[in-house]
Ligand binder design. Structure first.
Ligand SMILES: *[C@@H]1O[C@H](CO)[C@@H](O)[C@H](O)[C@H]1NC(C)=O
Ligand SMILES: *[C@@H]1O[C@H](CO)[C@@H](O)[C@H](O)[C@H]1NC(C)=O
Ligand SMILES: *[C@@H]1O[C@H](CO)[C@@H](O)[C@H](O)[C@H]1NC(C)=O
Ligand SMILES: *[C@@H]1O[C@H](CO)[C@@H](O)[C@H](O)[C@H]1NC(C)=O
Ligand SMILES: *[C@@H]1O[C@H](CO)[C@@H](O)[C@H](O)[C@H]1NC(C)=O
Length: 471
């Protein structure tokens, strides 16, 4: 496992400046929705900020009074809707929060010689403004990165009231406290924002840019370039290549460039070129996983044709003659990786396979009898319904050609129509599954709504709105 991870990383680091096979576009609509959801989260975080105690001393007529403000907590915080916008160069976001108001409460204590006094205080902080610019980037290995480019903060005004003890003595010094507390808050705002950006960056840094899809495939999704911010929003190009987990190798073809459609009325769009499908196909093929041994037991009992020499002898007379009434098996394997081609009207798949038929002698020995090349073409449809990706496949053409035979030459027409019938039978089952939906566009935290799927030459795109699911 570790070895394969290292090999994949090795492959990733040596391919640079390649075309992304997956593109994710975040539109301004998506950005504004994300901001709105994040604002609620930030408001919650603000109420959990803890302030350290503030100590100092003030000089009054009789001498120095030492004071401490403790247990400072936020009781109310009105976060107005922040504004967020894309920045083009360098790519990033500018976030502005204006007119934030915070009400805080706490305890005060004073020491004047041996006299101790104390009570509570209420404070309101008005017109807090914070503007932060975060820059987006890409690490050498394709990890996304984010850093704080600039931050400005300003605290407008502070009101403070002391209660209990000899608080009347304090009231004259409110002005002094106001300044100190305003400074304390202002001093903390930008470092707080920068700390949050840094902790987000720390998450990105350790985030996996490969996702294991099943036991065979891993999908590599490092950035191919820094995010590009244009008129339609932010475009993030990802490698989008499947590898075989055990033996990752580069396929003998490359991702072709494609241009995402402009869909500003959706929050986001994800585009995927046929390279992604073909890399999955190649990963299975290169690991020799695209093969299937067909035996008579796999053929439904009601079928008029069975995988034995009596049954197939009707089409290949010499077979029945040489091996009377014996079971057979057929090993079917891909001659090359099945090729996917996304077209505006369908996703076409062409499969070149080889079928090697053998006779099973009564003592179990298998004797190869003929080899047939099977070229088949399928076309499939994909659509989104009820939050699921659904599809259907139909067989467009099957051509059988005899490659070699130990039982004399024979015409393949009859076998071809058998293959067609068998194929249709299998597709009925496949289509049942595909119609139920094979990919749910929903996670624990968010789901895609109003999604549309479009196919164009060489790629497909899903444009969608997102709904955050509150947990
Ligand atoms: C990253 O992937 C590895 C192995 O696939 C896994 O063990 C680890 O938990 C993943 N890390 C994260 C943060 O998802
Ligand atoms: C061969 O298949 C036919 C049906 O096509 C069946 O009647 C026959 O019993 C089978 N023979 C063997 C050996 O399985
Ligand atoms: C894809 O398949 C469809 C349906 O069979 C066919 O009409 C179309 O010509 C095919 N396109 C390509 C480029 O092979
Ligand atoms: C099985 O039978 C065939 C033909 O009768 C013979 O040539 C072969 O050696 C036998 N194989 C075994 C493993 O007995
Ligand atoms: C099926 O494919 C063969 C060759 O691959 C071609 O000659 C034939 O016209 C095709 N048939 C159809 C119905 O597309």
């Amino acid at each position: 496992m570790l070895l394969s991870v290292t090999v994949v990383l090795g492959l990733l680091s040596c391919v640079c400046g390649e075309n992304p096979a997956v593109q994710v576009v975040l539109t301004n609509k998506g950005l504004q929705y994300g901001k709105h959801e994040a604002a609620g989260w930030i408001q919650e975080r603000l109420s959990k900020i803890t302030f350290p105690d503030i100590t100092g001393s003030v000089h009054i007529i009789f001498g120095n009074v030492d004071y401490t403000l403790t247990g400072i907590t936020i009781v109310k915080c009105d976060l107005p809707e922040p504004s967020v916008e894309f920045l083009q160069n360098p790519p990033g976001f500018q976030t502005t929060i204006s007119d934030l108001s915070i009400a805080i409460t706490g305890d005060w204590r004073t020491h004047f010689g041996l006299i101790h006094d104390g009570g509570t205080f209420d404070m309101a902080i008005y017109n807090v403004d914070v503007t932060s610019v975060a820059q987006l980037g890409k690490e050498a290995d394709g990890h996304p990165s984010v850093s704080s480019l600039s931050c400005h903060s300003q605290v407008g005004d502070v009101d403070i009231e002391f209660h209990g003890g000899a608080s009347f003595i304090f009231q004259p010094f409110v002005k002094h406290f106001k300044g100190r507390i305003r400074d304390e808050i202002q001093k903390r705002l930008c470092p707080g924002v920068e700390g949050n950006i840094q902790s987000f960056e720390d998450h990105l840094h350790v985030m996996n840019v490969s996702v294991d899809v099943n036991e065979v495939l891993t999908l590599a999704l490092p950035l191919t370039d820094v995010p590009i911010i244009g008129a339609s929003g932010m475009n993030v190009g990802l490698k989008g290549e499947f590898y075989n987990i055990k033996t990752p190798v580069e396929p003998p073809f490359e991702a072709q460039p494609f241009t995402m459609p402009d869909e500003p009325s959706y929050m986001l769009s994800v585009g995927m070129s046929d390279f992604t499908l073909n890399s999955a196909s190649y990963a299975y093929f290169s690991a020799k996983l695209l093969q299937l041994l067909i035996t008579d037991s796999m053929i439904p009992p009601i079928s008029p044709v069975h995988l034995n020499t009596t049954s197939l002898g009707k089409f290949i007379p010499k077979l029945a003659e040489m091996y009377p009434d014996m079971l057979m098996s057929v090993l079917v394997y891909a001659q090359e990786a099945p090729k996917f081609s996304i077209q505006p009207d369908a996703i076409n798949v062409s499969i070149k396979a080889v079928a090697k038929a053998s006779v099973i002698l009564p003592n179990g020995t298998q004797i190869p009898v003929f080899t047939i090349n099977v070229d088949s073409k399928f076309s499939s449809e994909l659509w989104i319904d009820d939050g699921k990706l659904k599809g259907s496949v139909k067989m467009d053409n099957v051509t059988l050609t005899l490659a070699s035979s130990e039982v004399g030459t024979f015409k393949t027409d009859s076998l071809e129509s058998l293959a067609r019938t068998g194929g249709k039978f299998v597709l009925v089952k496949v289509n049942q599954k595909l119609r139920e939906g094979f990919l749910v566009l929903r996670t624990k935290y968010a789901q895609l709504v109003n999604s549309v799927l479009k196919k164009e030459k060489g790629f497909l795109s899903i444009s969608s709105d997102v709904q955050v699911v509150l947990t």
